[in-house]
Design a protein around this ligand. Structure first.
Ligand code: CS2
Length: 493
């Protein structure tokens, strides 16, 4: 069918193929700066905000999307070419596609090109909230020292070049300084990343940086800035070329970078906004007094579940998460891990039916239309495991509970880090610590414990005899018998 470039001018042409913004975008004022405009943000916060803009009286809550890293230039350019518009394609469990052209991102900035514009925008009086999707590794937290990592060369750069920063810490510091100088009211900084206590994390890391970079700002931050915790959930695989061409051919929407995602979405937020907030609850978000239990549940079941499926699935040669979860032995292993090792550490989550949550996860992982890439799930595992799995291990060790299944996953990761699946095919390891992981994986062949000596990932886990023994046993078994047999044996124990 005839196709048209996605932009404001052509928007009405798409009304037969997708839901389009029914509000006047030129009338929307920017109230939120969002840093990190990848798929996760566009499938989630930007979508909730778009739905809210459809309702009366919400025109102060448009989003200015900031691309922070050089690497993000393509997404910035795409949004710019498309006037901030993109298509969100929800892939239902039965294969139906629901398409929405999302209009809430009304401005966009590319930080490496114009850092001053980003600082000015964050410091603008209309901005009430700065939201962040900067990934687990973006918080610059060192698991070994439990502190902000000043050794990071980018942080050193920001300390030396405060007006042309590269990291979120440099940007926020300059923007908050400007807000203080202009006697502006406060602002909320809201993390949307998969990090336990994500609000506390950005608050602590930012304050560590500010204490060094601009100590006189610390008190102002305490008095004027809030850091609500939030739990963000929607599985959003990387967009494939097939998604792009199918959208063009079947719906006539020529969109250079649509976002695909699952139907499920959840957003649980602490109501702690220094300068007001959108009524996101009117479009399905939940505001609660304490979000930590929800985060804990999501990180240690969903995200950890992903890592379990990803690592075991990669070794077996699977390419997508649905393939891994449809392998009965692997899904049985995951269920056991969730029941035996995670559930006891979650305690009593008021109002949450854990049994049905776990059941729904298996269904969500199994959505065959999503085709979530194992590559995506296994990328940056070194930043993910300390958040998704390590807290479960530590809590179980404290209570003398089982760590056998988690140890099996860590052993599988050590073998995965050698760079080959069990069929001898190479695995591409996308990880900031790729070289260290590979080196330690090689050393582990002689002494499995060596892999656990990466302290920035494992902290002092290597000191736990119980864990090390379980890990070592799994390591030898996997090398000797392969994942399939080991998993089957563990499932039968
Ligand atoms: C995934 C997440 O990156 C990962 O390892 O577990 O991106 C996950 O898909 C989202 O957190 C779902 O909400």
């Amino acid at each position: 069918m005839a196709s048209y470039k996605l932009n404001s001018e052509n928007l009405s042409k798409f009304s037969g193929s997708a839901a389009i913004p029914a509000y006047d975008r030129s009338d929307v004022k920017v109230g939120i700066v969002h840093v990190g405009i990848g798929g996760f943000h566009r499938a989630h916060e930007a979508y909730y905000t778009d739905q809210l803009l459809h309702k009366e009286g919400n025109k102060d809550w448009g989003i200015c999307g900031v691309a922070l890293l050089d690497f993000d230039q393509k997404i910035y350019q795409t949004l710019k070419d498309q006037d901030g518009l993109y298509t969100l394609i929800v892939k239902e469990l039965d294969g139906t596609l629901t398409k929405t052209i999302v209009g809430s991102i009304v401005e966009y900035l590319f930080a490496p090109e114009n850092p001053a514009a980003v600082i000015d925008k964050m410091a603008h009086q209309d901005i009430k909230i700065i939201t962040l999707t900067i990934t687990e590794g973006g918080y610059n937290y060192n698991e070994a020292t439990k502190k902000f990592d000043f050794a990071n060369p980018l942080i050193q750069h920001d300390l030396e070049n405060p007006t042309t920063p590269k990291t979120i810490f440099g940007y926020l510091t300059q923007a908050l300084k400007a807000r203080k100088e202009q006697h502006l009211k406060g602002v909320a900084i809201q993390s949307c990343d998969n990090v336990q206590g994500n609000g506390h994390m950005i608050q602590n890391m930012l304050l560590s940086y500010v204490e060094k970079a601009a100590p006189s700002l610390v008190e102002w931050i305490h008095a004027n800035v809030t850091f609500p915790n939030s739990m963000v959930d929607r599985i959003t695989p990387a967009t494939s070329l097939v998604d792009i061409s199918a959208l063009k051919e079947n719906s006539g929407i020529d969109d250079a970078w649509p976002v695909v995602c699952e139907p499920f979405k959840q957003w649980v937020i602490e109501d702690d906004f220094a300068a007001g907030r959108p009524a996101w609850e009117n479009v399905g978000a939940q505001f609660v007094a304490d979000v930590v239990p929800y985060e804990k549940m999501k990180l240690s079941l969903l995200n950890a579940g992903h890592s379990v499926l990803g690592i075991l699935g990669a070794l077996k040669g699977y390419a997508t998460i649905d393939e891994a979860v449809h392998d009965p032995a692997i899904s049985q292993f995951l269920k056991l891990y969730m029941d035996i090792e995670v559930t006891p550490v979650l305690g009593n989550l008021e109002g949450v039916d854990l049994k049905s949550y776990k059941h729904s996860l298996i269904q969500r992982f199994g959505n065959i239309y999503i085709k979530d890439q194992i590559d995506r799930i296994c990328s940056e595992t070194s930043a993910k495991l300390p958040i998704f799995i390590l807290p479960t291990i530590n809590a179980q060790l404290k209570e003398s509970g089982s760590v056998k299944l988690a140890a099996f996953v860590i052993a599988a990761w050590a073998i995965y880090s050698l760079g080959f699946d069990e069929n001898g095919n190479p695995l591409v390891i996308k990880d900031a610590l790729a070289e260290v992981l590979h080196q330690k994986a090689i050393e582990a062949k002689n002494e499995p414990k060596e892999f656990l000596s990466i302290e920035s990932v494992f902290g002092d886990l290597k000191k736990s005899e119980v864990f090390v023994n379980a890990y070592r046993e799994s390591y030898d078994d996997i090398l000797k018998h392969g994942v399939e047999k080991c998993v089957a044996d563990l499932n039968n124990e």
